[in-house]
Design a protein around this ligand. Structure first.
Ligand code: PEP
Length: 249
């Protein structure tokens, strides 16, 4: 059985003080939740504070990006080793906003996933088609290419540590969620491609859906066979709405 992952991507929101206030409000709301991996992804400056506040709880911490080198002359970047040291256990890689605004390529995504795994971090590997790609009928081609390039040369033994997030770009921050059927179609396709690559190990890969997930649509998405959780942006910024999503059952 795949343990669901519900991850909140705070993007460039919240100071350390605001992050701490969120965590103090959030932890009691989800204290009883045991069967879900709960992840908060604050901006870099709040990772240490959030990690300290959640220590010993059922909540873990992710970054929103990572560099592929251990250290070096890469101004403005943060390495996997630094993130692990700061208390992060996960890192979001290849979010569409990074692909769009920072020209992140599939090759860079692949290097980052390998580096994250080598440092013992769980990559939350994002992929998804734009609206024009969906309308052109190329959704499956696009996500297949992103999946295969992003996971190139990563062996099946790493499968249980990899989390994939299918995030149709047209659904991110737009209030326009993919229907559970649209999402399941892509998730099933991705699972099939993972099987082609990793055989039975593909069954252990958690595939999350992301794109305008809210308290009122999470349950129908989670009811689908290949939807193993959610990557949540806007609705993860308030403790009560994110707690409702975490407690989707
Ligand atoms: C995201 O940032 O990954 C995301 C899915 O955002 P939203 O939930 O706001 O669409």
């Amino acid at each position: 059985m795949r343990v669901p992952v519900i991850a909140g991507n705070w993007k460039m929101y919240k100071t350390s003080g605001e992050a701490a206030a969120f965590v103090r409000a959030f932890l009691p709301l989800v204290a009883g939740v045991r069967e879900v991996e709960i992840v908060l992804a604050p901006p870099f400056p709040s990772i240490v504070a959030v990690a300290e506040l959640v220590r010993g709880s059922n909540v873990t911490v992710s970054s929103q990006n990572v560099h592929f080198a251990d250290e070096g002359a890469y101004t403005g970047e943060v390495s996997p080793r630094m993130l692990a040291d700061a208390g992060a256990t996960h890192c979001i890689i290849g979010h569409s906003e990074r692909r769009q605004y920072y020209a992140e390529t599939d090759d860079a995504v692949n290097r980052k996933i390998k580096a994250a795994l080598a440092a013992g971090l769980t990559p939350i590997f994002c992929l998804g088609e734009t609206l024009s790609q969906r309308e052109a009928g190329s959704t499956f081609d696009v996500v297949e290419a992103q999946l295969l390039r992003g996971l190139n040369d990563i062996p099946a033994k790493e499968a249980p540590k990899v989390v994939v997030a299918y995030e149709p770009v047209w659904a991110i921050g737009t209030g326009r969620t993919a229907t559970p059927e649209q999402a399941q179609d892509v998730h099933a396709f991705l699972r099939g491609r993972l099987k082609g690559m990793w055989d039975d190990a593909a069954e252990s890969v958690r595939i999350l859906y992301g794109g305008s997930v809210k308290p009122d649509n999470i349950a129908t998405l989670m009811a689908k066979q290949d939807i193993d959780g959610a990557l949540v942006g806007g609705a993860s910024l308030a403790a009560d709405s994110f707690a409702k999503i975490v407690k989707f059952k």
